[in-house]
Design a binder for this molecule. Structure first.
Ligand SMILES: CC(C)(COP(=O)(O)OP(=O)(O)OC[C@H]1O[C@@H](n2cnc3c(N)ncnc32)[C@H](O)[C@@H]1OP(=O)(O)O)[C@@H](O)C(=O)NCCC(=O)NCCS
Length: 209
């Protein structure tokens, strides 16, 4: 599945089938240097992060629904896309430090990050990028946007939970200055009845690494 970005005034999003491997959608931009690790130099062209608006709510919910199928995030499939969209609209329309950010590759929305104020001055982070857009620097761009926002709005801490076997995400968080603050052993009951543990990670906003 791919999700095409729409003008902010548009009232719909266009969802198409996932492109075949090697298609233009999945290929780093022309002119990227050979040897760029994981093709991330391709992210120098046409990729940007912006603050999400109410009009982005459905796209964010669709991305969550797609990534949830992989079992990498706490949200389990099947995602109630209309319900999630409505909750996101409410959050995005409200004032306050909570917010979401969108990763765009050209006119395609390929990922999002959300930061929710769970305690005064503490923003809890969640991120999801569609599989074919990962490993090219987009996660770091989203994370940097959330950290900049946290500093601007006076938050003192950003925290998150991550499955202990999600090495890619943990590497990203460590590279961005997060450290492990705890471990929730067999904490989350999944729909299949299993229990999952989670790492608690956090970074103080006012203490740069
Ligand atoms: C986690 C996620 C947001 C990271 O985004 P990304 O675009 O893949 O990551 P980036 O390309 O920005 O890489 C940032 C850092 O992550 C690490 N990383 C990226 N790809 C990696 C890979 N294939 N293997 C190991 N580490 C990797 C590196 O530390 C990298 O920084 P560096 O190369 O400068 O050292 C993204 O992979 C994703 O959405 N995964 C599925 C959902 C998920 O796991 N969400 C987080 C739940 S807590």
């Amino acid at each position: 599945m791919t999700i095409e970005a729409t003008d902010a005034a548009a009232d719909h999003v266009r969802v198409t089938l996932r492109p075949a491997p090697g298609s233009a959608r999945a290929t780093p931009a022309a002119g990227t240097g050979a040897g760029c690790p994981r093709g991330r130099c391709g992210m120098l062209f046409g990729v940007r992060v912006r603050r999400a608006t109410v009009q982005d709510a459905e796209v964010i919910a669709l991305i969550l629904a797609e990534v949830a199928e992989e079992g990498l995030i706490a949200t389990e499939p099947p995602v109630d896309v209309p319900g999630r969209t409505q909750r996101l609209r409410t959050m995005l329309a409200s004032e306050g430090p909570s917010g979401s950010w969108i990763l765009e590759d050209g006119r395609q929305i390929v990922g999002s990050a959300g930061a929710h104020e769970t305690l005064p001055g503490v923003l809890s982070l969640g991120m999801a990028i569609v599989a074919e857009a990962r490993g090219r620097g987009g996660g770091r761009m989203l994370l940097d946007a959330v950290l900049a926002h946290a500093a601007e709005c006076g938050a003192h801490k950003v925290d998150l939970e991550v499955w202990p076997d999600n090495g890619r995400a943990i590497a990203l968080y460590v590279a961005a200055g997060f450290s492990v603050e705890g471990f929730r052993r067999d904490h989350y009951r999944r729909r299949d009845g299993s229990l999952r543990s989670a790492l608690l990670m956090a970074r103080h906003v006012d203490r740069l690494p």
